[in-house]
Design a protein around this ligand. Structure first.
Ligand SMILES: Nc1ncnc2c1ncn2[C@@H]1O[C@H](COP(=O)(O)OP(=O)(O)OP(=O)(O)O)[C@@H](O)[C@H]1O
Length: 245
């Protein structure tokens, strides 16, 4: 379970995350939606302890992440498909990750098979397509077999078969009782994948509810998830995207 309470992060005069309170439950896939620049990536970095909050608190299973000793055994994440060293092979990258986190190297073969990269295991990551890098990022997140999983825009670069695969994988991970928190701007994907949604605009909470509850907010009975999203975020479309990251 991930719980954020009044979480706030500022960059200069920009409030990237604004008193954000939400709960991400185990056994569900929770989609994290918001317009460009609304603070999704910043929030995920706060959850993972990669950035410090200015105020508020976020806990994973009751503790701040830095207080967890089990590291990748407790929380696995893939935030940026391009952050693996391009000169390494997929196998070496995962072996290094396993080694630096005190995990068995035997897991490397398991997760490569899980994400369908066995045949590319010895190839340099620099030559991978974006979809292959996404699969590698997911493999890294699964390495410690953790109960909590966090993915930032994992659908980017995946082809149709990859999207079907990832949907099945995330659903299975949730069915195993894990907490699965997935940011995306692909609303149609979320409609098919997620049980619950956390929606933000300009860093502030708009919704934390089931997909059905969110869909029912539409002004017209036949409103699609996209229609509801546009209605609710219309006055929170962010024009901060040009700010320096
Ligand atoms: N390191 C940083 N320094 C300064 N401003 C930042 C930094 N990181 C993020 N921001 C700003 O904080 C706001 C939220 O950015 P963030 O990347 O979290 O949004 P996002 O919802 O993930 O966006 P997108 O969907 O476009 O990836 C933006 O205005 C962004 O410019």
């Amino acid at each position: 379970m991930i719980e954020a309470q009044e979480l706030t992060k500022r960059y200069g005069r920009t409030t990237a995350v604004d008193r954000l309170t939400f709960t991400i439950r185990p056994g569900h896939v929770t989609g994290f939606l918001g317009p460009n620049g609304s603070g999704k990536s910043t929030t995920l970095r706060l959850v993972l302890g990669l950035n410090a909050a200015d105020s508020g608190r976020v806990t994973v299973d009751g503790r701040a992440l830095r207080e967890h000793r089990r590291g990748l055994r407790h929380v696995g994440a893939s935030l940026d498909a391009n952050d693996a060293h391009g000169g390494r092979s997929a196998r070496d990258h995962l072996a290094a990750l396993a080694c630096s986190n005190g995990l068995s190297r035997r897991r490397v073969g398991d997760v490569l098979a899980e994400v369908g990269l066995e045949s590319a295991a010895r190839r340099r990551i620099g030559g991978f397509s974006l979809g292959m890098k996404q699969r590698l990022g997911i493999a890294g997140a699964l390495l410690g077999d953790p109960p909590v999983l966090i993915f930032d825009e994992p659908f980017n670069g995946l082809d149709a078969a990859g999207i079907v695969w990832i949907r099945g994988l995330f659903r299975r991970l949730a069915a195993e009782g894990r907490t699965v928190f997935v940011s995306s701007h692909l609303l149609s994907e979320m409609a098919q994948l997620a049980d619950r949604l956390v929606v933000i605009g300009r860093g502030a909470l708009i919704a934390d509810e089931t997909v059905e509850e969110f869909a029912a907010r539409g002004a017209a009975p036949s409103a699609s998830l996209e229609d509801v999203f546009m209605e609710l975020t219309a006055d929170r479309l962010d024009h901060r995207a040009g700010d320096t990251k």
